[in-house]
Design a protein around this ligand. Structure first.
Ligand SMILES: Cc1cc2nc3c(=O)[nH]c(=O)nc-3n(C[C@H](O)[C@H](O)[C@H](O)COP(=O)(O)OP(=O)(O)OC[C@H]3O[C@@H](n4cnc5c(N)ncnc54)[C@H](O)[C@@H]3O)c2cc1C
Length: 584
């Protein structure tokens, strides 16, 4: 039979089959095995270009489906104790789960997902504050390959989104590959073996390909406020909500007025005796068309073929409309007028309205949506302090303008360290430098995904790939298409390392920064998390989402240095000896 199988994969698969067979055969005495035929098996919609079936000890012929199941299971655990895989994904939020699903669909079943927390979910596991919900409609803020006709609201809440992620992971069998409570501490490229080595809280792991899905909105930012450490009551960040604290009848100070604040303030003011909001910068806020999904619409979404696709596509276009405006700031005025009208209708007090009116171009910071924030601020027991908090004295928070507020509880709605990839200081590339050291001027990548000098490393939701308008899941799925295409190209060509050329990355980033210059993100006269401390925009994609999807729709080998020849056995490569490990 003619073979359409990469010889390296064939070798690797035979070795793996040997390892898989050992526990079955060894008790009976000697182990003999031979491959008797090779075929490309399609199992459970996944393509396994593996040499199957194998005849073991002349008498044990595992059935194809059983072998597939065991092979997958053991591959995902790593046949030698769960520490090696073809692909390791770090992080089990939307990105890591999505990557595992798509990679398995494309035949890359030998993968592990390492997650430091006890369960998957990322953003939607961590952020359990009252009122937490998405601000992109749920039918767009979900995987296109796993639509959910059962969303209860147009913008689902945290618990529902977390449930959706858990259910999707289970449906697609990601659980088999998931290793929770495993924190990646450090990773480095082992040039001689052509593999990534990982130091984790669960010992050493290694893989040919490393996918970083650690999320931009992950590390809570806590403001440095003198005296706050001595505050006598509970102080916690919205992403680390303390559910043991009862807010009923308490005075709550909320520090911050961004995306989390506009959700949490309306939710907590119902119980709290008083709420003090410290606002450093006023935000542009449009009404949020959030409502329970009407029964008729729910029925259509469940029963009419294509209804969900139509809704998703309509929402995509609407978000793209915002994106177009943000790229052409002169068109922003009607949106600003709508936001001002929204403010005017909700807040009758002129001084409060003035304090809530932003003085920069809409879109320069993330545009917020809420129909409940302004009405909450207009209530007599909710007080806006249009100032940053500069100090805490006892149970009093002091504003930079001298304003003071007594509180029993402090909620930090102060966002995240967006521009810092959590592991950037601990991922070492070919020259031993970390990503952070390579990024002296702020994070930069090629198509937000690959970084020169870091072979076989793929960043999900990396630098300059997101925008202030569209769903992060749309961007993520485009990246996953690129990731799968890159790995398929690598597999077909038998390349050990795929490394974007420095000149390609540099030229791409020059064009990108040029294009950003005229967008509202760069030209809107505000400071935002889109900009690094050096003033360079390391967050935003400057073109349309359509262009982003097209750019990532196929792998472009000419942009990469493709290294061969095929490696010897990956599994015979020992875990890196200590002398190759970078210093701490
Ligand atoms: C409150 C809130 C609301 C949001 N709403 C929207 C929205 O409406 N629309 C939108 O597009 N975006 C929204 N976002 C952005 C959101 O973060 C992304 O849409 C998306 O969920 C990111 O998924 P992720 O998997 O990339 O990252 P995350 O969800 O952050 O997951 C990263 C995972 O990596 C794990 N991890 C990190 N470091 C390590 C390590 N060293 N070892 C092992 N594991 C590690 C973490 O524990 C985490 O589980 C929101 C963000 C927040 C905070």
């Amino acid at each position: 039979m003619p073979l359409d199988v990469d010889p390296r994969e064939l070798q690797g698969a035979i070795r793996l089959a040997q390892q898989l067979a050992q526990p079955v055969v060894q008790p009976g005495g000697h182990l003999h095995w031979r491959a008797v035929s090779i075929e490309q098996q399609r199992l459970d919609d996944r393509v396994f270009p593996l040499p199957l079936p194998l005849l073991l000890t002349g008498e044990l012929l595992l059935s194809v489906s059983e072998r597939s199941r065991r092979l997958q299971h053991d591959l995902s655990r790593g046949a030698s104790g769960g520490k090696e895989a073809h692909v390791i994904v770090v992080g089990a939020g939307f990105s890591g789960i999505g990557a595992a699903i798509r990679l398995r669909q494309e035949g890359f079943g030998d993968l592990l997902v390492l997650e430091k927390a006890p369960q998957l979910g990322g953003t939607w596991r961590e952020n359990t504050y009252p009122g937490c919900a998405c601000d992109v409609p749920s039918s767009l803020y979900s995987y296109s390959f796993s639509p959910n006709p059962g969303w209860s609201r147009l913008f689902a809440g945290q618990r529902e989104i977390h449930d959706y992620l858990r259910t999707t992971a289970e449906q697609y069998g990601v659980d088999e590959a998931l290793r929770c409570d495993v924190r990646v501490l450090r990773a480095w490229w082992d040039r001689s073996a052509g593999r990534w080595r990982l130091e984790t809280t669960d010992g050493d792991y290694s893989s040919e390909v490393l996918v970083m899905a650690t999320g931009p909105w992950h590390r809570p930012r806590r403001p440095e406020v003198p005296g706050l450490a001595e505050f006598p009551g509970p102080v916690f960040h919205t992403a680390q909500w303390d559910h043991t604290v009862d807010l009923a009848g308490r005075r709550v100070a909320v520090v911050g007025s961004g995306a989390s604040a506009v959700q949490v303030v309306p939710a907590i003011q119902e119980q709290a005796a008083a709420v003090h909001v410290f606002q450093r910068t006023a935000q542009w806020i449009l009404p949020k068309p959030d409502f329970p999904v009407p029964r008729a619409l729910g029925w259509c979404l469940r029963h009419l073929p294509g209804a969900q696709r139509v809704m998703r596509s309509a929402q995509f276009r609407m978000q793209e409309g915002f994106g177009y405006v943000f790229r052409h700031p002169r068109l922003v005025r009607p949106l600003q007028a709508a936001a001002r009208a929204h403010l005017h209708l909700a807040v009758r007090d002129r001084r409060l309205r003035q304090a809530l009116t932003p003085h920069y171009t809409l879109g320069c910071k993330r545009l917020l949506t809420s129909s409940t924030y302004y009405p909450a601020l207009a209530k007599p027991h909710v007080h806006l302090h249009p100032t940053a908090v500069s100090a805490a004295r006892g149970n009093r928070l002091i504003g930079a303008d001298g304003a003071q507020a007594e509180a029993d509880v402090v909620v930090l709605a102060t966002g995240f360290h967006i521009g810092e990839l959590p592991l950037a200081r601990r991922v070492h590339g070919t020259g031993g430098l970390t990503l952070q050291e390579t990024w002296a001027e702020g994070p930069a990548a090629y198509l937000g995904t690959t970084v020169s000098g870091f072979p076989n490393l793929f960043l999900l939701l990396g630098p300059n790939i997101l925008s202030g308008s569209t769903s992060a899941i749309t961007v993520l799925e485009a990246q996953l298409t690129y990731l799968c295409a890159a790995l398929t190209h690598r597999r077909q060509g038998g390349y050990t390392a795929v490394d974007v050329k420095p000149a390609v990355q540099a030229a791409y980033n020059t064009a990108l920064q040029d294009a950003l210059r005229t967008t509202v993100y760069d030209a809107g006269h505000c400071s935002s998390y889109y900009l690094s401390p050096t003033g360079r925009n390391t967050f935003s994609w400057p073109w349309s989402t359509g262009r982003l999807i097209r750019s990532l729709s196929r792998f472009d080998p000419a942009a990469y240095t493709l290294q061969g020849p095929p490696l010897p056995s990956p599994r015979s490569a020992p875990i890196t000896p200590d002398h190759t490990r970078p210093g701490r």
